[in-house]
Design a protein around this ligand. Structure first.
Ligand SMILES: [Ca+2]
Ligand SMILES: [Ca+2]
Length: 149
């Protein structure tokens, strides 16, 4: 299969700029070709509605899935999107993983990742901590920053 890297989220026919978040990586269906999962956000607008998307690419940079993120919660906002990397985690204890996304104008959202129960998670979040999930995480340095601001 032909590689489609670099993958561009900007398409001039949309008429506005679209930017991409950091990615996470997982072979969701364990076919040996890892999926690259990220979100996008859009140029600010004063009217109309422009939405960022959830993007899932295959290991060759071909789009497998794209879906608009929700509309802004406030009617005074005209755009939505997500800047940080999504996080892959099982948040409801069903067999499949979910994708948790921090959006600009609609809060935290979560999507099911159907059929992902046996997924091979390679890069789980923006601060990838899945190298050893059983290992205790130390947050002391960040706590220090927060407490002594
Ligand atoms: Ca795959
Ligand atoms: Ca789940």
């Amino acid at each position: 299969m032909t590689d489609n890297w670099p993958y561009s989220v900007y398409h001039s026919n949309e008429g506005f700029y679209r930017f991409a978040s950091e990615p996470v990586v997982a072979d969701l269906d364990r076919d040996g070709c890892s999926e690259v999962i990220f979100t996008s956000w859009v140029q600010k607008f004063s009217s109309g509605l422009r939405l960022g998307k959830l993007h899932i690419l295959d290991c060759h940079g071909n789009m497998l899935y794209e879906q608009n993120l929700p509309a802004p919660k406030s009617s005074s906002r005209h755009e939505n999107g997500a800047l940080p990397a999504p996080t892959i985690a099982d948040i409801d204890s069903d067999p499949d993983y979910e994708l948790v996304i921090n959006t600009i104008n609609s809060g935290f959202i979560a999507y099911d990742l159907p059929g992902s129960a046996g997924a091979k998670i390679q890069w789980q979040s923006g601060r990838n901590r899945n190298a050893d999930l059983k290992k205790k995480i130390t947050v002391a340095p960040m706590m220090h920053l927060l407490l002594h601001k």
